[in-house]
Design a protein around this ligand. Structure first.
Ligand SMILES: *Cc1c(COP(=O)(O)O)cnc(C)c1O
Length: 381
């Protein structure tokens, strides 16, 4: 290749992009098998559904594979939107589909963020928020989270959000994850409503509800009825977690039709492939599978929480399908010990929580294996 000075290739790149630290996903099972020559590996690192997906999804995909693959997908996602509209009791014109809900978070950033505008989110919030802001060369306003001794340790402090917003008229977009990843913490309906009442109408609030279904209905915020009152509210949901089709990439936003129209302008014409659309429809139809998934998660999350607590580890309160656990010491050797025993979990160093690991709630068998591997890994430190 021609000798090109690397700095010629970066000098015109946006400074925000140059500052990005690329997202590190949970390690794929195959990668650990390859690296350590292990056959039997489980992954509890990316909050995927341990039950897989509804059998109706596989059936729908098999049928779809026989369709004419030369044709582009339905770029409007008509059928899926119609189903979602009925499911949520909302107009189809309020729905935008994404290649995962990650797509929607980026669209919002593309529309509302940029140089001279700031994106606000909490410390210890989902890693995609800073990425989406930086890619737009927008400033990041990171709101301090609740302290470690708070009832909601490292959780979103929405009173601090409101105070920060009052000082920062350049904020155009706010991300709130409820429940939050990687902490599992959540905000009450009163907190969210109280914050929304403080937000000027031109500031968009993205409420990321990737883990909504996993929450105890008594603690859950149903923000859907607020869309009318707060046209600047955008709710995002995903098919990657409870519906178990993370591999296919499908998510969506519920918003005011004007916001949906803007989202629709910046998305790729065919951002959802046919298989993702068909699988999402089938997944949505099987609410019995959703119920089973919730039930398993509720029982096993509680058990993991108790088991880890019994061992003296610090367990953050979680209403999601994962548990974030602290060891009061650098967790990297524990993470490594788990890998050596064929258990993949998520280190939290990149989130500023180097003493913590995030563990997806698995099946009872997987959780038992994790606990046994954890005990062994700690013993052999
Ligand atoms: C997993 C997750 C998502 C969803 O990602 P997809 O792109 O839909 O797979 C969104 N927000 C949070 C906080 C998540 O943890």
């Amino acid at each position: 290749m021609n000798a090109v000075k690397p700095n010629e290739l970066t000098r015109n790149a946006l400074p925000g992009v140059l500052d990005i630290e690329a997202y590190t996903p949970g390690m794929p099972i195959e990668e650990l098998q390859r690296r350590l020559g292990l056959a039997d590996v489980i992954k509890l690192a990316s909050n995927e559904n341990p039950l897989g997906a509804s059998p109706m999804v596989a059936a729908a995909l098999a049928k779809a594979a026989a369709d004419n693959l030369a044709l582009y997908p339905d770029g409007s996602g008509f059928r899926l939107k119609k189903k979602l509209a009925a499911y949520h009791g909302i107009g189809a014109e309020c729905i935008t589909l994404g290649n995962g809900s990650n797509d929607l978070l980026e669209f919002l950033s593309r529309i509302y963020a940029g140089p001279g505008r700031a994106v606000m989110f909490s410390d210890y919030a989902f890693a995609v928020y800073p990425l989406a802001a930086q890619a737009q060369n927008a400033e990041r306003v990171v709101v301090p989270a609740y302290p470690s001794d708070h009832a909601m340790p490292y959780g979103h402090d929405l009173a601090a959000f409101a105070e920060t917003l009052a000082r920062r008229p350049d904020v155009s977009l706010v991300f709130i994850a409820n429940p939050n990843n990687p902490t599992g913490t959540w905000n009450t309906p009163q907190e969210i409503l109280g914050f929304l009442e403080h937000v000027p109408p031109h500031v968009i609030v993205a409420l990321d509800e990737a883990y909504w279904d996993y929450q105890d209905p008594a603690l859950r915020t149903d923000a859907r009825p607020w869309l009318d009152r707060f046209p600047n509210l955008v709710i995002t949901r995903t098919f990657s977690k409870i519906y178990g089709i993370a591999s296919l990439r499908a998510g969506y936003a519920l918003s005011h039709p004007t916001v949906a129209d803007l989202l629709n302008r910046v998305r790729q014409p065919f951002n959802n492939n046919s298989f993702a659309l068909i699988a999402a429809e089938a997944a949505l139809d099987d609410q019995e599978f959703v119920r089973r998934s919730i039930e398993l998660n509720t029982v096993e999350r509680k058990r993991l929480d108790a088991e880890l607590g019994k061992r003296g580890h610090t367990v953050l309160p979680s209403q999601a399908n994962f548990i974030t656990v602290g060891f009061g010491r650098d967790a990297r050797p524990i993470h490594q010990g788990l890998l050596e025993r064929g258990v993949i979990v998520r280190p939290m160093g990149s989130y500023g929580l180097p003493q913590f690991l995030r563990v997806t709630v698995g099946t009872a068998t997987q959780n038992d294996r994790f606990l046994a591997a954890l005990d062994e890994a700690i013993r052999s430190l």
